[in-house]
Design a protein around this ligand. Structure first.
Ligand SMILES: *Cc1c(COP(=O)(O)O)cnc(C)c1O
Length: 378
């Protein structure tokens, strides 16, 4: 029995060639040849005012918090059903987190609840496009604009996904992408800050370069560089960007394969699961599907636990996802006590199936058959 992992990093083709080329160029620190190619790719393909590679999505989110000058007493609204980094980036600057619930039928932040969470101290709303499916951005933007609050997109999972034809990561003032080995295009660890409000560009370059104006210096705009602001080391080695660029130039092929895998799951599972009280992902009319993830929502926790065990017994690694942050060991005592039932339901019931570029059709079929056999026997 061969095992099927949940995720598997892959080489699309030219990754190692480009890494060798980066080394041969004589410069593998930040902002080398391939980093610039990655920046141009994102700016040209998605129209971001500025794209800056970072060492991770987590770092790009930390840059967002620095760029907004988040400080003690500021409030930031974040969905509870997300990765810790969406929240940590702002906690590090002393913000008070106000957790929002998910929609009933998908894990994205419930735009209908935002108004009630805004106070005069609210500075930002962080939206997370879960599974690469867009949040309800027009409603979120309208509320944010009316209250003078900045929208930040955690677009970690959202490469090449769209909201009413607009690329995700191109809507909020600032956005963060991830190229962690579990995302659609990978670099091991890596991220991107996408700047859509050009007022942030100059300072973003400085914060990313340890608080110095080295980027202006390299462009010949100043004749020496020095310490001009706070900052840290947020720029990745060109080796990371070399790996990433080999994937980016094949993004359409990668996306086509992922979408075919997603569709194959859907075609076999959609007719099978409803009778067991298991639901499949919903994609709202305003969103596209970038096939980042294929997930199921089980009826309850015992059903999910049994399904994970049944798959594991057949060598198939399916995994649950986030545990509500408002209820985490770190935050539990700080939370204001509001129940967030949808977030808790996704924490207990959501199950992700294996999804990676090299997953074969026969693997997908075997996973679906295993699910079917387990459910009909239980
Ligand atoms: C993967 C992920 C992150 C973190 O990305 P890193 O590049 O590992 O820092 C943040 N937010 C969400 C929603 C993610 O899925």
């Amino acid at each position: 029995m061969t095992t099927i992992p949940f995720n598997k990093p892959y080489l699309h083709g030219r990754e190692l060639v480009y890494i060798a080329q980066a080394v041969a160029s004589g410069k593998i620190s930040g902002d080398g040849l391939f980093t610039k190619k990655c920046h141009s790719f994102f700016e040209e393909r998605y129209g971001f005012a500025k794209a800056l590679m970072t060492t991770s999505c987590t770092d790009a989110l930390e840059m967002c918090a620095l760029l907004l000058d988040i400080k003690e007493g500021d409030e930031v609204i974040v969905p509870s059903f997300t990765f810790v980094s969406s929240a940590n980036a702002f906690v590090l600057r002393g913000a008070k987190l106000v957790f929002a619930d998910s929609e009933a039928d998908n894990p994205n932040i419930d735009a209908g609840q935002l108004e009630a969470l805004i106070t005069p101290r609210t500075r930002a709303i962080v939206v997370v496009h879960y599974a690469g499916v867009a949040c309800d951005m027009d409603r979120i933007d309208e509320i944010a604009r009316r209250h003078g609050v900045t929208v930040i997109e955690d677009a970690a999972q959202a490469i090449d996904a769209f909201y009413k034809g607009r690329p995700l990561g191109g809507i909020g003032a600032l956005s963060a992408f991830s190229f962690h080995e579990t995302k659609n295009v990978i670099a091991g660890e890596g991220g991107l800050l996408a700047i859509n409000d050009a007022r942030y560009t100059g300072r973003a370059e400085i914060i990313r370069e340890k608080g110095t104006n080295r980027s202006s210096f390299f462009r010949g705009e100043v004749d020496k560089y020095g310490w001009v602001d706070v900052g840290s080391s947020f720029l990745p080695s060109d080796i990371i960007s070399a790996y990433l660029f080999a994937q980016l130039e094949n993004l359409d092929t990668i996306q086509a394969r992922r979408k075919a895998i997603w569709q194959r799951y859907w075609d076999q599972l959609a007719p099978m699961l409803p009778e067991y009280g298991i639901t499949l992902p919903t994609i709202p009319d305003y969103a596209t599907n970038n096939a980042h993830m294929f997930y199921l929502v089980c009826r309850d926790l015992p059903q999910r636990t049994a399904l994970i065990a049944a798959l594991k017994a057949q060598g198939i690694h399916a995994v649950f996802h986030y545990l509500s942050l408002h209820d985490s060991p770190y935050f539990q005592q700080k939370h204001d006590g509001r129940p967030l039932p949808n977030s808790d339901r996704f924490s207990n019931c959501l199950l992700r199936l294996p999804m990676f570029y090299e997953l074969s059709d026969s693997d997908v079929d075997r996973i679906c058959e295993t699910i079917g056999a387990h459910l009909s026997a239980s």
